[in-house]
Design a protein around this ligand. Structure first.
Ligand SMILES: Nc1ncnc2c1ncn2[C@@H]1O[C@H](COP(=O)(O)OP(=O)(O)OP(=O)(O)O)[C@@H](O)[C@H]1O
Ligand SMILES: [Mg+2]
Length: 284
């Protein structure tokens, strides 16, 4: 099982400092969610863990080895990353995109081995993309395209999976599919997962650890019960929530306290009192 450690990362885009000094660990065989408001630096941190971005200071270690010292191919055999947004070259089909995930495993002669093809078929199946295998990725719906990218990352069959908002664009069934698929891979194969999720309840239900970020800094890190508290949510997101145990699983679940307090001034309709209405109707 593989650990990812980030030590004292300082990350800037040009002169704009995004992450002043951040350390975190994705523990081997655990699922860790990075949470935080838009612009808090989640994607920036995830890209740095995957060596897609170079920190100005600090270092990332993959199982104790500094990733700047590792050949790209070796990193790609151990770590797959689903970026928040990616462009597909024109005309590439779902099957071809999934095949890109096998490049780190191919020998110099190229071509897909039996093992490559088995991994690609498996990735196609578990993302329910079999009927779309021959479709050009550009012609897919947002959710179908997202699943094609997830399939590519899965086909890479790495010990570490970094997923930036893998459930965005997906309907609820496919969201749950992806969350339980990744959780299942983690349980069965000890894959270390770091994912960015915006749904706090899904993050708490499907992760071992949560890391809450704001302004490029870690505000809280620990088990869902430790991190998902009303006061941390208030501090990080500036909204008042109540946290209750999920009625079936018991995982911490947050609900807005006051639907009418939005800054937009929107006040939802008052719940209709159907019992009174019915009585009134009966009395007519
Ligand atoms: N290439 C870039 N050049 C300059 N600034 C950038 C660049 N990419 C991101 N930023 C800025 O860095 C900050 C952090 O961005 P990042 O994408 O990491 O946030 P995030 O937490 O992933 O947000 P979101 O939830 O919206 O995806 C933001 O203020 C963003 O505008
Ligand atoms: Mg992001």
């Amino acid at each position: 099982m593989v650990a990812v450690d980030a030590h004292n990362l300082k990350i800037a885009y040009g002169d704009t400092l995004i992450v002043p000094d951040l350390s975190l660990t994705l523990y081997p065989g655990e699922v860790t969610a990075l949470l935080g408001p838009n612009g808090s630096g989640k994607s920036t941190v995830l890209c740095t863990l995957a060596r897609l971005l170079q920190p100005n200071r600090g270092a990332v270690y993959l199982n104790g080895r500094n990733i700047t010292k590792l050949p790209t191919r070796e990193i790609a055999r151990q770590l797959a990353m689903l970026p928040q947004s990616s462009e597909v070259p024109d005309g590439v089909t779902v099957w071809e995109l999934i095949g890109y995930g096998r490049y780190p495993h191919q020998n110099l002669l190229g071509g897909f081995s039996t093992q490559d093809l088995a991994a690609m078929r498996w990735a196609l199946k578990v993302t329910r993309l079999e009927p779309l295998a021959e479709r050009v990725v550009d012609t897919l719906s947002g959710g179908e395209r997202q699943r094609a990218w997830i399939a590519m990352a899965l086909a890479q069959q790495t010990q570490v999976l970094l997923l930036d908002e893998p459930t965005t664009f997906l309907d609820i069934r496919h969201q749950l599919d992806v969350l339980s698929l990744v959780r299942g891979l983690n349980r069965e194969h000890g894959i270390t997962v770091g994912w960015v999720l915006h749904d706090l309840n899904q993050a708490a239900a499907y992760s071992d650890r949560l890391i809450m970020l704001t302004g490029g800094q870690v505000v809280a890190a620990g088990s869902p019960a430790e991190v998902m508290t009303a006061s941390t949510i208030q501090e990080v997101f500036g909204v008042e929530m109540t946290v209750i145990p999920h009625p079936i699983s018991g995982s911490p679940t947050c609900l807005p306290c006051n639907l009418g307090s939005s800054t937009s001034g929107f006040t939802p309709c008052a719940p209709k009192d159907y019992s009174l209405k019915q009585q009134g109707e009966q009395g007519k």
